[in-house]
Design a protein around this ligand. Structure first.
Ligand code: NAD
Length: 476
């Protein structure tokens, strides 16, 4: 049983009614338990954040930046433990767990710099009107609730915590009940750095805890990353109080491969885009659009590449892909395999759960998937790739855009002019040209259409936690 909630600068036992079981997905077995926070504890966390707000926001950007640098350093000091925990609780291969940690470190370091630049942004505004002057003042939004999923726990939380703290907000973070131990590190670091009590609070729990936080009337903003179904509930809570909300939701993203590509290179990009984190990525490029001229050469190579991947327990074997992170996700992916069989889809690789302990599935490829197939239109969140052929650039763009989601896309072509043109035409928040899943802290993250509202990362991520005020004076 783990003490699991960090409220007002103290670690406390959960007083909720849910017991959270923390699992090793490679074994399908629990290795820790914790009691969820009660609704009263969520109240305490929000109250602590409210109390801490005035002094934190007035502390000065340079001091806040020093704390953020401290977070980056302390994450580095916990390197081995955090890598091991992600491998054990998420089922991530070591190299992926390392990259997640490095991403989180880079995020805190980046927002430390942006925090230092904040005072310069408070400046006089030139006005055309005679007799008036005005100045801009950027202020923190206030107390912010942060609700995150389980697929990239260190990273997703860093993308919210770092800009929120840089802006001068105080926060209540609710990690996912699937991976509740990983973000404990942020509370431990707050302790180690002497972060003022209440600036960062962490409450763990399931839907009840999330709902208590997202509907809490003590928040000034909510930032949510997760599924569309929960996102719409969170948005309803926000609308009841006319409160700003950032939503990072699901995706069903396209990877478009033109026939001037090197086949082996294209296969590498396609495989990475669907098997990284066992395909449990909002940004998984799960719809492959491949041009007629290269399809017959590419699909068999892709099949071989997927079948060659080493799938296993990252804690005990050298692997390319680990298990799915939860039993619920494993059952969900298996249900899509059943749907594919019912729909009569042509399976070129995988299409089944692995016959071994733990929550493993094989990397999967379906070919010539109809556009009305559930596998083509719905987010599966596993290593399941659906392919279709196209002949013209216009057809590729139309099919890629024919989705209720709009998170990311990848364009693979030796013709860079064409790749740029296609990138401009795609209705998504982020496009990769001849690369895959490369996310840099200076660029934005977020989607169009059903993939969400708002942007994280870069200066846009910081803006999401800032309120713009103008002071206009009549000079008489
Ligand atoms: P989820 O929506 O089930 O849960 C997300 C978080 O919301 C968890 O902390 C959960 O406990 C909490 N929650 C559950 N019910 C709630 C409620 N009624 N009110 C408030 N909070 C509640 O999502 P998940 O299964 O953890 O994550 C997978 C989803 O997240 C996928 O759809 C994926 O695409 C999406 N995702 C999006 C991004 C992005 O940046 N766009 C990144 C990662 C994951």
């Amino acid at each position: 049983m783990t003490t699991s909630h960090y409220i007002a600068g103290r670690w406390v036992e959960g007083q909720g009614s849910d017991c959270i079981s923390v699992n090793d997905p490679a074994l399908g077995l629990p290795f820790a338990e914790m009691m969820a926070a009660s609704v009263a504890q969520v109240d305490q966390a929000v109250a602590a954040a409210r109390e801490a707000l005035p002094s934190w926001k007035n502390l000065g950007a340079a001091t806040r930046a020093a704390f953020l640098r401290g977070f980056a350093e302390q994450l580095g000091q916990r390197r081995e433990a955090l890598i091991a925990l992600q491998m054990r609780n998420n089922g991530k291969p070591r190299h992926e767990a390392e990259i997640d940690l490095d991403d989180a470190i880079a995020t805190f370091a980046y927002y430390a710099e942006l925090a230092e630049q904040l005072p310069e942004k408070n400046r006089e505004v030139p006005l055309a009107a005679p007799g008036f002057t005005a100045r801009t003042r950027l202020e923190p939004v206030g107390v912010v609730g942060l609700i995150v999923p389980w697929n990239f726990p260190l990273v997703t939380s860093a993308w919210k915590l770092a800009p929120a703290l840089a802006a001068g907000c105080t926060v209540v973070l609710k990690p996912s009940e699937v991976t509740p131990l990983i973000e404990q590190a942020y509370g431990q670091i707050a302790d180690a750095l002497g972060l003022p009590a209440g600036v960062l609070n962490i409450v763990n729990g399931k839907a009840e805890t999330g709902a208590a936080l997202s509907s809490h009337n003590g928040l000034d903003k909510l930032s949510f990353t997760g599924s569309n179904s929960v996102g719409s509930q969170v948005m309803r809570s926000a609308s009841a109080q006319c409160r700003p909300v950032t939503l990072e939701l699901g995706g069903k993203s396209a990877i478009v491969v033109f026939d001037d590509c090197d086949v082996d290179q294209a296969v590498e990009w396609i495989v990475a885009g669907i098997t990284w984190n066992a395909g449990q990525m909002c940004s998984a490029t799960s719809r492959l659009l491949v041009q007629d001229g290269i399809a017959d050469a590419l699909l068999p190579r892709l099949q071989q590449a997927l079948e060659k991947l080493r799938v296993g327990n990252p804690s005990s074997e050298e692997v390319d892909m680990g298990p799915l992170t939860s039993q619920a996700q494993w059952l969900k992916v298996a249900s899509y395999f059943a749907t594919a069989r019912e729909e009569g889809l042509q399976c070129l690789a995988g299409g089944k759960a692995l016959d071994r302990e733990g929550w493993f599935v094989s990397p999967t490829l379906y070919a010539d998937v109809p556009v009305d197939s559930r596998l083509w239109t719905e987010e599966i969140f596993g290593p399941v790739l659906c392919a279709r052929r196209f002949s013209t650039e216009a057809q590729a763009i139309a099919e890629a855009n024919d989705s209720r989601f709009g998170l990311v896309a990848t364009v693979c072509s030796a013709d860079l002019e064409r790749a740029e043109r296609v990138a401009d035409a795609l209705e998504v928040g982020h496009v990769w040209i001849n690369s895959v899943q490369a996310v840099f802290v200076e660029t934005s993250w977020g989607g169009t259409k059903g993939s969400g509202i708002g942007r994280e990362l870069g200066p846009w991520g910081l803006s999401g936690y800032l309120s713009v005020k103008h002071v206009t004076r009549c000079m008489g």
